[in-house]
Design a protein around this ligand. Structure first.
Ligand SMILES: C[S@@+](CC[C@H](N)C(=O)[O-])C[C@H]1O[C@@H](n2cnc3c(N)ncnc32)[C@H](O)[C@@H]1O
Length: 177
């Protein structure tokens, strides 16, 4: 399954850390790319360094407006999943979503524009209580991939963790430069 994420409506400065965490969760839970608006440019650098150390080629793209990217992705046959506490229950929708090939997951920051609810193929609630875009995204990505995202390798990593019951075991790749 090909997964991309778009974060809309960040509140300037206040949401920097949350937005970085949305990007980190997207990467660690198997998405290929995140689109975001009005964001601190340092986030690209943060994610580039993470890729260099821990592998993979997750990318961050800044966009001016959210609507054109949703329209474009629909033309590319992505299904749009909007995460909202008002949406359909994840428990009821997850089996259908697992059959999709390409997904664009939309998460909000503050109140999201009404139009998103109509443009989305799925409006999905991770429970019907307000919590956080970080947790909602992580749970959605885990439910639809059923944990398989954690079996994937991140290619060209300088460091690779060998999971252990006690302590830390990290394989460090030698580089000649
Ligand atoms: C802080 S919340 C904003 C909630 C805001 N009151 C609204 O009506 O959009 C930020 C984002 O987290 C996500 N979110 C929060 N709780 C959620 C839930 N229970 N299910 C799905 N997504 C949720 C949504 O994507 C939401 O746009």
């Amino acid at each position: 399954m090909e997964i991309e994420v778009v974060r809309i409506g960040q509140r300037l400065v206040r949401d920097d850390r949350v937005t970085t965490h949305v990007a980190l969760v997207s990467r660690a839970f198997g998405a290929k790319k995140i689109f975001m608006t009005e964001i601190n440019p340092e986030i690209k650098d943060t994610l580039r360094k993470i890729n260099e150390t821990w592998g993979g080629n997750f990318s961050v793209e800044f966009i001016e407006k959210w609507k054109p990217i949703i329209k474009k992705k629909k033309e590319e046959n992505f299904k749009i999943i909007h995460l909202s506490m008002y949406g359909e229950k994840i428990n009821d929708a997850q089996e259908k979503i697992r059959k999709e090939k390409k997904l664009l997951v939309v998460v909000g920051a503050e109140k999201v524009p009404r139009e998103i609810y109509e443009m989305a193929d799925y409006n999905i609630g991770i429970g019907s209580q307000p919590h956080s875009e970080i947790s909602a995204l992580a749970i959605l990505l885990d439910r639809i991939q059923e944990g398989q995202q954690f079996e994937k390798e991140f290619p060209d990593a300088k460091r690779k963790i060998i999971p252990t019951k006690v302590g830390k075991n990290v394989q460090v790749k030698e580089t000649r430069d």
